[in-house]
Design a protein. Structure first.
Length: 435
């Protein structure tokens, strides 16, 4: 018998494949082993669930929104890493109310990594997130005007017309944004440390100073998202031995791209060689970091590219390798298991009912059964000329008489909501929210 035959690197048995280790199996919380059905499973108390909400750099596609990774922990905590264009629609389809989106960690200020913040900032408060500030964490820049705080301030200025227009509605404290800007030069600094969760960061080489990677550690489990950038030694150092290591890649296929899209070969090569990680480099990083599971996202998920990317990665890495693309790939992680599926999203995804404490406070005023709606801060009478309103058509001209209702143009002060009746309509037990 030949002695130079290749060997499964994990030493597995027949029918187990060449890359799947013994721990590649469903975690105890998994109900459907082929697909994740939103809201059908509870993350186990010693489990982490990672969902690739958006997985594409440019252009957005029907099956690939801008980059966004959701990490859910068994202690109930939820974190978003990057918040690219189109991610909100997938978050809602994954069963998470828009009002509950929070704790967003931005790797860098390329717009494909934070675009949907501009949608979330006005619409979540309009939808009732009146009692909780939005928490955003991100790096500083070389100068104050190049950091996350400046980006948020600039975004608010860009949204000024929108925010003031919505101030004619109940907004409460919904526009408040807590910005945690850390020093991009701080090596392995802590930017979050609460509820047993620690999130650290380090600089990445992505053409401009102010790009960062993140590592989350909780309960003996760990996750790294490098964000965009060139392969670097700090990532090897601080990601070493992580459970799930996620980096980005751009295929080293400039000539094929030129054939397909007319993008000049030199332009593509210049971009990836100054900004990104090619699959060969990703495989090299995987080998140095040696995670339990190595993953790629932030790539064009073209079927004709996948075999090439996988082959490039395998030049260096023979361990468990999975794609965090297309959108809504879900990975469940425990100390003993890792399982990989894609979510099955509904064709029509309605907005789930949020935790009512975001609307009416924590604890809920269940003693009185009445929730108070915030008063508008800028009624339309202060923002609009009377002449413009006088041009409106009288509703009696288009409402049939038997369904006519008097237009509601002013709220009572105080404007109350019957919480008991609301809970009954929504079919929820409001007492479970009582402390």
């Amino acid at each position: 018998m030949a002695t130079n035959m290749p060997k499964n690197p994990y030493g597995g048995g027949p029918s187990t494949g060449l890359q799947f280790p013994p721990y590649y199996k469903p975690t105890p919380s998994v109900r459907s082993r082929n697909n994740y059905f939103p809201s059908s499973e509870t993350v186990g108390k010693d489990e982490m669930r990672i969902s690739f909400i958006g997985s594409c750099p440019i252009p957005q596609r029907r099956d690939q929104a801008g980059t966004c990774i959701l990490v859910e922990l068994g202690n109930g905590n939820r974190f978003f890493f990057d918040f690219g264009p189109g991610c909100v629609r997938n978050i809602i389809a994954m069963g998470i109310p828009m009002q509950e989106i929070n704790d967003i960690f931005i790797t860098h200020l390329h717009v494909d990594h934070y675009h949907d913040l501009a949608y979330l900032v006005p619409f979540a408060p309009w939808a009732g997130r009146w009692k909780m500030p939005l928490r955003v964490t991100g790096p500083s820049g070389r100068t104050p005007d190049l950091g996350t705080k400046a980006m948020i301030a600039g975004m608010k200025q860009m949204l000024k017309w929108h925010l003031e227009a919505f101030d004619s509605c109940p907004i409460g404290d919904g526009y408040e944004i807590e910005v945690n800007e850390f020093d991009w030069k701080d090596e392995n600094g802590i930017c979050y440390n609460k509820d047993g969760v620690t999130i650290r960061h380090w600089r990445r080489s992505h053409t401009k100073d102010g790009a960062s990677a993140y590592r989350l550690d909780w309960n003996g489990l760990s996750f790294v998202w490098t964000g965009d950038g060139r392969p670097d030694d700090l990532t090897v150092k601080y990601a070493k031995g992580v459970d799930v290591f996620v980096t980005e890649t751009q295929a080293d296929l400039a000539r094929i791209n030129q054939y397909k899209y007319g993008l000049p070969e030199i332009l593509y090569n210049y971009t990836i060689d100054t900004h990104h990680t090619v699959p060969y480099a990703a495989g090299y990083l995987f080998k140095q970091v040696n995670p339990r599971c190595a993953m790629l996202t932030h790539l064009e998920f073209d079927n004709d590219y996948l075999n090439e990317i996988s082959a490039d990665v395998r030049t260096h890495w023979d361990g468990l390798f999975l794609y965090g693309a297309p959108d809504v790939i879900v990975v469940n992680v425990t100390k003993d298991e890792i399982w990989h599926r894609q979510a099955a999203l509904p064709g029509f995804a309605g907005q789930p009912f949020p935790n009512p404490t975001l609307l009416f406070g924590d604890p809920l005023p269940v003693a009185t059964g009445k929730g108070v709606v915030p008063q508008p801060r800028l009624p339309r009478e202060q923002q609009q000329e009377q002449l413009t309103r006088d041009l409106e058509i009288d509703p009696k001209k288009y409402y049939p008489p038997d369904v006519y209702r008097e237009p509601l143009t002013k709220l009572e002060n105080p404007q109350e909501v019957d919480l008991i009746a609301l809970a009954k309509v929504m079919g929820i037990d409001i007492s479970k929210f009582k402390k």
